[in-house]
Design a protein around this ligand. Structure first.
Ligand SMILES: [Fe+2]
Length: 191
């Protein structure tokens, strides 16, 4: 019988990659992507309470309490039709779809980055992410996006970020005015 892959097995392998690659974000996401793919292919490890939606909105559940300083793993659940603001991450990331479908619009900075309170963004592609598909985030050019759930039911995706994503100051962008707003994410920690 084939060995079952689960979150613990994924984290053991990710630990090695993060230790070896350090600040080489592209190497981390390249090596981490097939591991997340393997995790998404297994349906038993994620309990249903970790993809319980919040009506009309979004919720994210912390999946790795013990190693958040090194990386952060969450399940993110969006109600059908929900859209995030345009935002950045300030770290590497992998996002894999667990259920439902998400439209992801990417953006790049078109300004010189010298103003903290204003940006110019240009579209950098749109894709529909379906169960099992994985996208990555690498600052500064591959980390600004907006996600909308386009399936008729809520979507759930597994997010893996470098470092403690909850401690990072991140930015949201107003596409029309170019205004920048700082924000921090919060996750639900289940027992
Ligand atoms: Fe994001």
């Amino acid at each position: 019988m084939a060995e079952t892959y689960d979150l613990s097995a994924f984290m053991r392998e990710l630990d090695v990659i993060v230790d070896e690659e350090k600040q080489n974000f592209r190497a981390i996401v390249n090596r981490g992507k097939p591991l997340l793919g393997r995790l998404l292919a297994e349906k038993k490890w994620l309990a249903a309470r970790y993809y319980e939606p919040r009506q009309g909105g979004s919720v994210q559940y912390l999946l790795n309490k013990s190693s958040v300083g090194k990386y952060t793993i969450t399940s993110v659940v969006f109600w059908q039709g929900y859209c995030t603001p345009v935002h950045n991450h300030n770290t590497w990331g992998l996002i894999g779809i667990w259920r439902g479908e998400e439209q992801e619009e990417r953006f790049k900075r078109a300004d010189d980055g010298t103003r903290a309170d204003h940006v110019q963004l240009r579209p950098a592609g749109t894709q529909i992410n379906t169960p099992g598909s994985i996208c990555h985030l690498i600052p500064p050019d591959e980390e600004i996006h907006r996600i909308c759930t386009v399936s008729p039911e809520p979507s759930c995706s597994i997010h893996v970020y470098g470092g403690d994503i909850f401690a990072k100051a991140r930015q949201q962008y107003d596409l029309e005015t170019g205004a920048v707003k700082e924000f921090q994410v919060k996750a639900v920690v289940l027992d």
